[in-house]
Design a protein around this ligand. Structure first.
Ligand code: PMP
Length: 436
């Protein structure tokens, strides 16, 4: 028995070391990290420049409490982060992870409303399905019943609208009309809730664990922004998974030219080198709160110099190596290869995503997109077979109103074309076993 306990009894080997897109276990077995952990290790493992920067910071100071000292690492990381944001998103607040980033966005929005004399506004509408984190505040926004329902009595569960799962729709609408149809669900929900009670809307621009890299039609994004403006509701983008270059732009929001009011970042932001996340917000929101006496929020470890030094080195590495552009390029290659597999495996019903936020879904019938039987546990079985073959991918079973087994193939953004092919070789071997 180990004193340490995990979320389940699934046995795993000890991790020995990482190098680029590869991980090695205690037995020397090599794995391609085809999901970058949980879409975290965007610049690959053991990057020497990041390790150097962290060592240099360690030699000076590993911790200085933010209420006692400013640190150069955190100031420089904030400046760098703001420089990578769309115009208007200037103010950065550090946290230690994705759930903390989401909670911070919500609490910032609420405190801003209070400064504007809008105490009646407190509801944050989110989507179903969605994933925003596992702390009670973030869970209240998370549209995934198995995770949320046990805790429902302990939190204020927030209203949800259906996320666009257009590939399942069997209507004759154009893509554009479908995007507008789903976006207008927000309008309906705001009206149903009472516009003067609604504070904000939060969405993953491309669903991650929730929908497996599901991208909405372009019209969706612009209309959501319009609706938020119409009702004076803040638009929060949860870019915890999509941010820091994963989708082929630094923020996924850039694909549609959208400027949210507040953005949550983590995961690829420090790429696994340190527990770090950030909330980035409009300057006037932050100024109003500071003028009113200060932001009632903060975590002890947030913005510590070691984590910030790691984050800064990661962002510099992303720029130096052109990793955002590489994610866009390799994403195209990967998508093409996965689409190619659709000829060989009729079970692959859909291939989707942007950049290296890529996924495929297994179905029992490509025409109707009927899911595989639940009892087949495809999402677990294929992942285990792949793991045995030295390929790590990430899977879930859930999609909108229906259910399905989707698999995120999201390797580090440093991946080369030859490595994409190496990864595909392992995936084909795994699918062959799975389908046999
Ligand atoms: N938001 C999104 C979109 C996520 O994918 C995740 C993690 N999967 C979170 C929030 C929560 O992040 P963390 O696990 O670091 O708290």
């Amino acid at each position: 028995m180990s004193n340490l306990f995990y979320q389940s009894r699934q046995p795993r080997p000890f991790l020995d070391r990482g190098e680029g897109i590869y991980l090695f276990d205690e037995h020397g077995k090599r794995y391609i990290d085809g999901s970058s952990g949980a879409m975290v290790s965007n610049i690959g493992h053991s990057n020497p420049r990041v390790l150097e920067a962290m060592k240099a910071q360690m030699d000076k100071a590993t911790f200085g409490y933010r209420l006692h000292f400013r640190t150069e690492a955190s100031e420089r990381l904030a400046t760098k982060t703001a420089s990578l944001m769309p115009d208007g998103l200037d103010r950065v607040f550090f946290v230690s992870g994705g759930s903390e980033a989401v909670e911070s966005c919500v609490k910032l929005a609420r405190q801003y409303a209070l400064t504007q004399g809008q105490a009646s506004r407190w509801k944050v509408i989110s989507r179903f399905p969605s994933y925003h984190g596992c702390t009670l505040g973030a869970l209240a926004l998370t549209g995934y019943d198995p995770l949320a329902l046990p805790f429902a009595p302990m939190m204020q569960v927030m209203p949800k609208i259906a996320a666009p799962t257009c590939y399942l729709d069997r209507d004759n609408l154009t893509d554009e009309a479908r995007g507008l149809k789903y976006a207008d669900l927000l309008r309906d929900e705001i009206i149903a809730q009472g516009p003067d009670t609604v504070l904000a809307f939060i969405m993953e621009p491309i669903g991650g664990a929730s929908t497996g890299a599901l991208v909405a039609p372009d019209s969706y994004y612009a209309r959501i922004r319009e609706i938020c403006d119409e009702f004076g509701i803040l638009l929060i983008y949860d870019e915890v998974m999509t941010g820091a270059g994963r989708t082929g732009r630094f923020l996924a929001a850039e694909h549609w030219g959208i400027t949210p009011d507040i953005v949550a970042l983590s995961k690829g932001f420090a790429a696994g080198y340190a527990p770090l996340g950030a909330m980035v917000a409009r300057n006037d929101i932050v100024e109003a709160i500071l003028d009113a006496g200060g932001f009632l929020h903060g975590f002890t470890y947030a913005g510590n110099p070691l984590a910030c030094a790691a984050g800064l080195a990661v962002l510099e590495e992303i720029e130096r190596e052109g990793l955002v552009a590489n994610a866009a390029r390799m994403g195209e290659v990967l998508k093409q290869r996965l689409e190619g597999l659709m000829r060989r495996y009729p079970m692959i019903g859909d291939v989707r995503g942007k950049g290296l936020m890529t996924a495929f879904e297994l179905v029992s019938d490509r025409e109707t997109m009927a899911p595989l039987p639940r009892g087949m546990n495809a999402y677990l079985r294929l992942v285990e077979i792949a793991y045995g073959n030295g390929l790590i991918i990430y899977s879930r079973r859930t999609r909108g109103g229906a259910e399905g087994d989707h698999f995120l193939v999201c390797p580090p953004l440093i991946i080369t074309e030859a490595q994409v092919d190496e990864m595909m070789g392992l995936l084909v071997r795994s699918l062959d076993t799975f389908c046999a």
